[in-house]
Design a protein around this ligand. Structure first.
Ligand code: MN
Length: 313
């Protein structure tokens, strides 16, 4: 079964517990996860992610990359996509023992079991959903690729990546000043991946990468009950989006469940700023206390003559 790959810089490291929780729930038995990050290995949020992974009994390996050493000439653009996301292009080399991996953006919300997807054999380097909306129109080269895929959820054949020398070709693109400045002007890793691989992609069913802004439209969302992964592609993220949406709430639930009592003050602000989210007080109460309290409340409402018949209440 495919391993999972998450890529995070220090801004998103705080949210990784939510991803771990979701993978635990929907990623099949004993999921293996790689976290590729440019954070220092003594970052407390990294340590926290490792503790949570061990609590959840998921196998988490951290791959630390110094992006500035990796790309000495990298010029950060005003783009919201961080440089570390370019590491998607180099996964064949970074994970030499893995054959197929499922890459997931941190801003994804998993809603259903992914075991079918994780066991899907692929004959192309990438399997992803086609991106029909905005980003395609911004592809900066004159020649638009026939298919333009989204790089937020991808099943990747790292065997094919290695066989096709994708890491070397990606480096060539990134070091070609004219080409890379055109490609990196906006969506960076997604543009480079499309430039290299859009003629060699398997299209996945859309349910594996539904954009949250589409699901917010009631007419569309009723048609899309079958959604397996939602991506908060764009500025809205489950941790900063004030609107009450089903998927934001779902994410908050995963995040709260994963951090439990090792939440810190900043986590509580994230959760507190949501209407409909868990309150910080609830979050810090260990689960068994909540259950005991609920049972007490229930007991108070059961007529006395029934109590003897119901064991455990
Ligand atoms: Mn994303």
């Amino acid at each position: 079964m495919a391993a999972f790959v998450l890529i995070s810089d220090e801004k998103t490291l705080r949210y990784i517990p939510a991803n771990l929780q979701q993978i635990k729930l929907f990623g099949g038995a004993q999921p293996r996860i790689y976290l590729v990050t440019n954070c220092e290995s003594d970052n407390p949020l990294l340590a926290r992610a490792l503790v949570i992974a061990s609590n959840l009994q998921v196998d988490l390996s951290v791959v630390t990359i110094d992006v500035m050493k990796f790309f000495p000439n990298f010029k950060s653009s005003s783009n919201r996509v961080p440089a570390i996301s370019l590491m998607k292009l180099f996964l064949g080399e970074l994970l030499p023992d893995e054959e197929v991996v499922l890459y997931l953006d941190i801003d994804t919300v998993i809603c259903k079991s992914l075991t079918t997807l994780l066991n899907t054999p692929i004959s192309t380097p990438v399997a992803a959903i086609e991106e029909l909306s905005t980003n395609r129109a911004y592809f900066p080269l004159q020649e638009l690729p026939e298919v333009y895929f989204n790089s937020g959820v991808m099943l990747l054949s790292l065997n094919s990546f290695r066989a096709l020398g994708i890491a070397k070709r990606a480096r060539e693109v990134l070091e070609d000043t004219t080409l890379s400045s055109a490609l990196r002007s906006r969506f960076m890793d997604q543009d480079v991946l499309n430039y290299l691989l859009s003629n060699n992609v398997t299209l996945l069913p859309r349910k594996y990468n539904q954009f949250s802004n589409n699901l917010a439209k009631p007419k569309i969302s009723t048609l899309l009950d079958d959604v397996a992964i939602v991506q908060f592609a764009g500025i809205e993220k489950p941790w900063n989006y004030p609107r009450k949406s089903k998927y934001t709430k779902l994410w908050i639930g995963y995040f709260a469940a994963s951090i439990g009592s090792i939440a810190d003050r900043k986590d509580l602000t994230i959760i507190k700023s949501r209407k409909g989210g868990l309150s910080p007080a609830k979050l810090l109460v260990p689960l068994h206390l909540i259950v005991t309290k609920a049972l007490k409340t229930l007991r108070a409402h059961v007529p006395y003559w029934l109590k003897d018949f119901i064991r455990g209440i």
